[in-house]
Design a binder for this molecule. Structure first.
Ligand SMILES: [Fe+2]
Length: 287
């Protein structure tokens, strides 16, 4: 049976891709952020996932405002990136896992989530940057992915509760997957940031801390915030935390935060990286 080993959540701002391309990981501006991935690399080398289910939000590469699904699941053999106009190099294609994709899609529809199924899907920096951060270098990634896109762009957005429940449904689907694979969950984006308008540059350190504190043991506490509350507290683009909520929902066992890095600012964004471990019931019994 498939096993969910844990989750990684990380900021995905495009300027990270530029910093990687220009080899600036050790520049004083970037070092505190990139250093936060040392533990992630150690954890991935130890845990050796086969597949990553990635909750992310497309910024106009695959979906634009004319057609924007609330939730979309990739079911492709491969996911390509294209020039998004941020001045970052086009990332290499990432291998998919159509079998697990269809298993998740079937389970989500059975659970009454009306999703869009994508057998051909481009992935943007919201997927490619976290992949490059987790597995640096221009090598083929050691995991296959199942991308799950959440609308954080065109209002009305799904609620925090809905995204937590989406993640839970995905988690149950993975647990019932008969193949013996190790699955990690990724949530990308955030934390607090606002890129335009009167509050451009807005960051809320206290709220970010509260979100990270509640995420592990008490994610339901965050569902009391409406999307409009969230925009007020975390900025217009801080709603990308919906991807973190879905990631947390997919961790179905006993969850422990084993790593956290928080650094302000990167490109007007509160940059955060978190690793959560997931111990299943059976593992807890065996321990
Ligand atoms: Fe974003």
């Amino acid at each position: 049976m498939a096993r969910i080993i844990g989750g990684v959540a990380t900021t995905h701002v495009p300027s990270i891709g530029k910093a990687i391309a220009e080899n600036k990981q050790n520049d004083p501006y970037w070092k505190p952020f990139f250093q936060g991935f040392d533990y992630v690399h150690y954890w991935l080398a130890r845990e050796k996932p086969d597949i990553a289910v990635v909750f992310y939000n497309d910024h106009g590469l695959n979906f634009f405002l004319d057609k924007l699904p609330t939730f979309a699941v990739g079911a492709a053999k491969e996911y390509r990136n294209e020039d998004e106009g941020w001045g970052i190099p086009v990332a290499r294609a990432i291998e998919g896992d159509p079998d697990l994709s269809w298993h998740i899609i079937n389970a989500l529809v059975a659970d009454e989530f009306d999703i869009t199924m994508c057998q051909d899907m481009l992935v943007d920096h919201s997927v490619t940057i976290p992949m490059a951060l987790m597995w640096p270098g221009n090598k083929r990634h050691p995991v296959r992915i199942v991308p799950v896109s959440i609308n954080t762009v065109q209002h009305p957005l799904p609620s925090l509760k809905r995204c937590l429940n989406l993640g839970r449904s995905v988690g149950r689907a993975i647990e019932s997957y008969p193949q013996d694979v190790r699955v990690m969950i990724v949530g990308t984006g955030g934390l607090s940031h606002q890129l335009d308008g009167k509050r451009a540059g807005f960051i809320n350190k206290e709220f970010d801390k509260l979100c990270m504190d509640k995420l592990t043991g008490e994610p339901e506490a965050l569902t009391r915030y409406s999307i409009h509350d969230w925009v007020e507290q975390a900025g217009a683009q801080g709603v990308e935390f919906l991807n973190w909520m879905a990631m947390r929902g997919a961790l179905t066992g006993q969850v422990t935060e084993v790593h956290r890095n928080y650094h302000i600012p990167i490109s007007n964004t509160a940059a955060a990286t978190v690793v959560l471990e997931n111990r299943t019931k059976a593992e807890r019994k065996a321990a």
